[in-house]
Design a binder for this molecule. Structure first.
Ligand code: ARG
Length: 838
């Protein structure tokens, strides 16, 4: 259509001045006076139509012939050779031995292709690219080759089919499906041919392919992406690294840093269990800023790393350490004869290698049965059908990363568990605990859940889903501290009307203060629902006009946002949300904060954070004591921490040292910066007893350079609101269990903002308006000793991170119904401005 359209518009223009031409048609007189113009017009039109017809013809012809245009297709593959030992010379493509063997393989491949009419017809050339030790014992070799075919585009499908017909049928991957070819002088046994068309992203025409790097993995060393760490990687580049371990070893690769563009169609890194990028041997593809385990192990003694970048957006890239491990260290399985014990997939927490097969045989005393509980489970892609990678218990196959139930029991004193991985895509695997139990009394002194878990009896009917399947919370009689939900569950009365659906059917949040058709204002008032967002401040605190589609000018109040020009707007949390709300644009003016350079694209598992994930996090070391408190970066000179961190003998600025851009305590890296403190400004109204006003500022003795590892967090304006139930993250090197020692790697945890009234009831302590509660009421997640002063962060819809609170105090750590208490940052916006200018 486009072609047709532009043809009409442009053709006549070559002959005429368009204005004249179109006037001529409607203006009779004009035409009469100048008859030659009509002739020109007729000729022109005829010419135009002719050209148009030609164009259409060309297009149609082009379209048809396109289908039969000759195309080049390149397949890469590997072929096993048995009955021949691997010689060191095979590593060197210029050696005589290499050439000789390559020649033989070449001949065999040609012969194989000649047996198939399609392959025979279109084959143009093949070349052997590399050899490695084979996986069929000591006398086997793998040859990696590239074959090229030239064919009419319409024949592509049949070529693909023909190529696939060479491969061993699914399921017989490991089987020796060889054929013996007898020659007077030489014999070559080829087995398990596999080939595939090249990834389209690799054939981007503008990509510069760098000379591949071949490395021996005997000693641990590192590979860096081009430019790392001084500059970002170059655009439109592809780089391969081939890694070879010694015979009888596997290659292990551990990423130290991995930061790529977030779109795998654009920039990506791939790791292969092969020397060529053969898809069926792809162990992983990564881009962006991945969170999971980034350690990989090969099945044989080779590995290939491939980095491909496109023209836009270049990132720092990666650094990875390679090493070799004896092949048998990756083995797993065996007999487990104790009454209890742990077992895990190969090399856990390193990703399991491909082609793993392990069997555990658990046997406990005669009169007992076996129970297995999976602690961590990531086997194969989520939602897969459990054919490639899986765990098998008796006849049940498990895979993915969400198990319906993580407890399994036997009906005898024996249990067999199998784990298997296929040739591609590896994951972290699993850890499991098993124990023997007496069948008649499976949970001695404990409550038995429907899913066979055993939980402490006190936890039955306590309002928490301890079993995981809610079986401890059904058929309960609610006690005096509990309310009955509509679905008959019992939940703590303290949770009624706290803004969180605790019942699961929201019945604990019904009938809260305001009637159903009413809107409940932040100040507790109830107004008719239809007064919401009508442009008038009906609540009196503006809360009925916040969270409206459009922001409105309002009379200023505590809940309205004040623009620089003194005007106030109603929108909730408008600062740095990516939309200009103030007429003077001031709400988007100071937004050089709270952005992570590298967004994560995957779901977070585990608690250790990745480098650069929390660039505002600071570790404060007190002289002679190491890490003592956390803090946040406000700009290149100022830090924010808790007042209780800098009291008494800790009040002197000169005894503090701040570590910025730190990830692991005791391991400063190329991005870590340390600074002494010039000045500490604790809040003058800090109360040592109640922890009220628990906030302090620290000025660095000299400014730091901001970069992706050291970056300011956003301060919320006083009108910002973080409602109960909102997700928030805490970070720090504090204790990982109550009374425990502090963490080495920066930890992160997700908590939720907790309703203020609920919090006061739960803690029965003085929780002031300058405090904010957050936690997980089930327990188990919280800040603890050593996290103090660090941030409680929330992310706004545009992805900017704000500090909503500072870790201040708590009753114990991570206990049930004992949320953590944080300094409420919205109360201190002007104080910070006055004291530091930030
Ligand atoms: N005061 C503690 C510190 O100095 C922080 C306690 C936080 N406790 C809690 N349960 N959230 O590190």
């Amino acid at each position: 259509m486009e072609g047709l359209d532009s043809g009409l518009k442009f053709m006549p223009r070559e002959d005429w001045d368009t204005t004249e031409q179109f006037l001529a048609v409607s203006d009779q007189k004009h035409v009469e006076k100048k008859p030659y113009r009509r002739i020109r017009l007729v000729i022109g039109l005829a010419l135009g139509a002719g050209l148009l017809a030609l164009l259409i013809g060309l297009l149609v012809w082009g379209f048809h012939s396109n289908q039969d245009v000759q195309v080049k297709k390149v397949y890469i593959g590997s072929v096993g050779i048995s009955g021949k030992p691997f010689l060191p010379e095979y590593e060197d493509p210029s050696s005589l031995q290499f050439k000789k063997l390559a020649n033989q393989v070449d001949k065999e491949l040609r012969r194989m292709y000649s047996e198939n009419p399609v392959l025979d017809k279109y084959f143009t050339r093949c070349s052997v690219q590399a050899f490695s030790d084979g996986d069929g014992g000591p006398d086997s070799i793998l040859a990696y080759y590239e074959s090229e075919f030239e064919l009419p585009a319409s024949q592509e499908a049949s070529l693909n089919e023909a190529i696939q017909s060479l491969e061993p049928s699914a399921g017989s991957q490991h089987a020796q499906r060889g054929r013996q070819i007898q020659r007077p002088t030489e014999s070559l046994t080829l087995r398990s041919v596999s080939s595939q068309a090249l990834d389209l992203r690799l054939s981007r025409t503008n990509i510069t392919e760098k000379v591949p790097i071949n490395l021996h993995v005997k000693n641990k060393n590192k590979i860096d992406s081009p430019g790392f760490p001084d500059s970002t990687y170059p655009p439109n580049t592809s780089q391969k690294w081939s890694l070879r371990a010694e015979q009888g070893h596997r290659v292990r690769l551990d990423f130290h840093t991995l930061f790529l563009e977030d779109d795998c169609e654009k920039d990506f890194i791939q790791i292969y269990d092969s020397l060529l990028p053969i898809e069926s041997q792809l162990l992983t593809e990564q881009c962006g800023y991945p969170h999971g385990s980034l350690s990989y192990v090969s099945s044989g003694n080779v590995m290939l790393v491939l980095l491909v970048t496109n023209s836009e957006k270049n990132f720092p890239g990666f650094r990875a350490y390679y090493s070799q491990i004896p092949a048998n260290t990756a083995e797993c399985g065996g007999k487990l004869l104790g009454e209890r014990g742990n077992f895990s997939s190969s090399l856990f927490p390193v990703n399991y290698p491909p082609k793993a097969v392990c069997t555990w045989e658990i046997q406990v005393p005669q009169d007992k049965f076996v129970k297995v509980e999976f602690k961590k489970f990531e086997v194969g892609k989520d939602g897969a059908t459990c054919v490639g990678d899986y765990v098998e218990i008796e006849d049940q196959r498990l895979c993915g990363n969400r198990l319906e139930s993580n407890v399994f029991t036997s009906e005898s004193n024996k249990m067999t568990i199998r784990f298997q991985s296929d040739t591609s895509l590896v994951y972290q695997g699993f850890t499991a605990y098993y124990e023997a139990f007496i069948p008649t009394n499976p949970c001695p002194g404990k409550f038995k859940c429907s899913n066979n878990m055993c939980i402490i009896s006190d936890r039955k009917c306590d309002g928490y889903n301890d079993c995981g399947d809610n079986s401890d919370e059904i058929n309960c009689k609610c006690d005096v501290t509990q309310m009955m939900c509509k679905n008959n569950l019992c939940k703590s009365k303290a949770w009624k009307c706290d803004g969180v659906d605790d019942c699961g059917d929201n019945s604990d949040e019904e009938g809260c203060e305001c009637k159903k058709e009413q809107f409940s204002c932040r100040n507790g008032r109830c107004i008719a629902e239809d007064l919401k967002c009508n442009g008038k401040n009906d609540c009196g605190d503006g809360s009925d006009e916040s969270k409206c589609e459009k922001s409105l000018m309002l009379k200023c109040s505590a809940t309205t946002y004040r623009c620089k020009n003194g005007r106030c707007i109603s929108k909730a949390n408008p600062e740095c949300d990516g939309q200009t709300d103030c007429s003077d644009g001031s709400d988007e003016e100071n937004c050089n904060c709270g952005r992570r350079e590298y967004q994560s694209s995957r779901i977070i598992g585990g608690q250790a954070s990745r480098k650069g994930e929390w660039p505002w996090q600071v570790s404060l070391h007190a002289r002679g004591q190491g890490h003592t408190c956390g803090a946040s970066v406000l700009n290149d000179c100022w830090l924010l921490t808790a007042a209780h961190c800098v009291q008494d003998e800790y009040a002197e600025a000169n005894q503090w040292e701040a570590f910025l851009g730190l990830h692991v305590q005791g391991q400063t890296n190329e991005w870590t910066v340390t600074r002494r403190i010039k000045r500490i400004i604790p809040h003058e109204d800090y109360n040592t007893l109640s922890f009220d006003n628990d906030i302090a500022l620290m000025e660095l003795d000299s400014s730091v350079t901001l970069n992706q590892y050291i970056w300011p967090i956003c301060l919320p304006p006083s009108s910002d609101d973080f409602p109960a139930g909102q997700e928030a993250w805490i970070t720090g090197w504090g204790a990982m269990v109550e009374g425990g020692s502090s963490a080495k790697i920066l930890q992160k945890a997700m908590v939720r903002i907790i309703n203020h009234t609920t919090c006061k009831n739960l803690l029965q302590d003085d929780v002031t308006d300058r405090m904010l509660c957050a936690g997980i009421l089930d327990g188990g997640v919280d800040a603890c000793q050593g996290d103090s002063g660090g941030p409680l962060t929330v992310t706004n819809p545009s992805g900017r991170v704000f500090v909503a609170g500072l870790v201040s105090w708590g009753q114990g750590c991570a206990q049930r119904n004992k949320p953590g208490v944080y300094t409420r940052m919205t109360k201190f916006r002007s104080w910070i401005k006055e004291r530091s200018g930030v």
